[in-house]
Design a protein around this ligand. Structure first.
Ligand SMILES: NC(=O)c1ccc[n+]([C@@H]2O[C@H](COP(=O)([O-])OP(=O)(O)OC[C@H]3O[C@@H](n4cnc5c(N)ncnc54)[C@H](OP(=O)(O)O)[C@@H]3O)[C@@H](O)[C@H]2O)c1
Length: 293
C-alpha cells in the first residue's frame, strides 16, 4: 500500500514509517519543517509539506494514498488551554482525513489510549472514558470508528501510558523530564498505581497489522507490559539520574496529575490472539536503563 502517515517523525511514527517500508509498503509522510522533511526523506519516505491544521493538505495526502495512519499531535501538555487547543486541532484533522475516505473502504488507523477500569486490567472491549482532560481525543476516535458503516475501514490502536524507545517517551519520559527539572524523581500518590507500556518498535508492528487487516470499527491494545508500579518506574529514573525518589503532590504534574495518579493496567490478550501480534523488544523497566545522566 501507499500509506499517508502524519506524525512520522515522532517516537511512534518514526518506528511506524520504518516498519511499513521494511514490509513492502511505500510512505507519503506529512512534514511541517525542513528538519522533519529531511528526516523522513532519509528514512525513505516521500514527503508532503504541511501542518496538521492545513486541512486541504491532509485531504490531498489521503487522495494520493491507499490508506492512512494518523499519529500527529502537538504535545502542549503544560497548561489546560494548550492541551485543549492541541485536541481541537487533532479532532479537526481526523475529521478531514476520514471524510476524504468515506465510501472508499480504505483503511485509516488512528492512535488512542488504553482505557482504565477500576480493579482490573482494561480490555479491547472496554469503551474509552469520555471524561477528564483528554476526553476530546476519545470523542474524535469514536467518531472515526463510527465511520465503519460509511465505507471507512477505520481502526484504533490504543497506546499504553508509555511508548518508549532508548529509555525515552510517554509518561515515563515526562517523569524523567520532570526529575531533571526539579532534582527529584517524583511520583504522585503512593506509587503503587500501575501504568502499562510498550516499546515503540513493537507498537509499530501493531499499526502495520491493523492497517493491513483490522476489520472496520475495531480497537486494539498495543500493550507489552500490563502494568508497572509508578514507584518502580521512578526508582529506575532516580537511580539513572542519581536523584532522590519521592512521592510529590499530584498538582506538580499539571493537567496530567489526576491521570498520573490512577491505577490503569491494560491487557492485550485479544489483540495478540486476533492479529498475531507478539511484542519482542525490551520492557519499559529494562529500556529505562538507557537513560543517561
Ligand atoms: N508516546 C506515548 O507514550 C504515547 C502514549 C499514548 C498516545 N500517544 C499518542 O501517539 C501519537 C504519537 O506519539 P509520539 O510519542 O510518537 O509523538 P511525538 O514523538 O511527540 O511526535 C509527534 C509527531 O507529530 C508531529 N506533529 C506535531 N504537531 C504537528 C503539527 N501541528 N503539524 C504536523 N505535524 C505535527 C511531529 O512532527 P515534528 O517532527 O515536526 O515535530 C511528530 O512527528 C500522539 O498522538 C500521542 O499523543 C503516545
Amino acid at each position: 500500500m501507499h500509506v499517508f502517515v502524519t506524525g512520522g517523525t515522532g517516537t511512534i511514527g518514526s518506528a511506524v514509517v520504518a516498519e511499513l517500508l521494511t514490509n513492502g509498503h511505500t510512505v507519503l509522510a506529512l512534514a511541517r519543517s525542513d528538519t522533519s522533511e529531511q528526516a523522513l526523506k532519509n528514512a525513505g519516505a516521500e514527503v508532503l509539506r504541511g501542518e496538521l491544521a492545513d486541512l486541504d493538505v491532509l485531504r490531498a495526502g489521503v487522495a494520493q494514498s491507499d490508506g492512512v495512519i494518523s499519529l500527529a499531535f502537538s504535545p502542549r501538555y503544560h497548561s489546560p488551554e494548550g492541551l485543549a487547543a492541541a485536541i481541537a486541532e487533532e479532532s479537526a484533522a481526523m475529521a478531514a482525513l476520514s471524510e476524504e475516505l468515506i465510501g472508499s473502504d480504505r483503511p485509516l488507523v488512528t492512535v488512542s489510549g488504553t482505557p482504565w477500569v477500576a480493579g482490573r486490567a482494561s480490555t479491547e472491549e472496554d469503551p474509552l472514558p469520555l471524561e477528564g482532560p483528554v476526553a476530546g481525543r476519545a470523542r474524535s476516535v469514536n467518531a472515526l470508528l463510527d465511520l465503519a458503516s460509511r465505507g471507512v475501514r477505520a481502526s484504533a490502536v490504543r497506546m499504553p501510558r508509555t511508548v518508549h524507545n532508548q529509555g525515552k517517551g510517554g509518561f515515563a519520559g515526562l517523569l524523567t523530564d520532570q526529575a531533571r527539572r526539579t532534582g527529584i524523581s517524583g511520583y504522585p500518590g503512593d506509587g503503587t498505581q500501575r501504568w502499562p507500556a510498550v516499546h515503540a518498535l513493537d507498537a509499530a508492528v501493531l499499526f502495520r497489522l491493523a492497517l493491513e487487516s483490522a476489520p472496520a470499527g475495531t480497537s486494539w491494545h498495543a500493550v507489552a507490559d500490563e502494568g508497572d508500579a509508578v514507584r518502580d518506574i521512578a526508582a529506575v529514573i532516580g537511580r539513572r539520574l542519581s536523584l532522590p525518589v519521592e512521592a510529590v503532590p499530584e498538582e506538580n504534574f499539571g493537567p496530567f496529575g489526576p491521570i498520573f495518579a490512577m491505577d490503569q493496567p491494560a491487557s492485550s490478550t485479544r489483540t495478540r490472539k486476533a492479529l498475531g501480534w507478539e511484542p519482542a523488544h525490551p520492557s519499559l523497566v529494562d529500556d529505562l536503563e538507557n537513560i543517561q545522566p
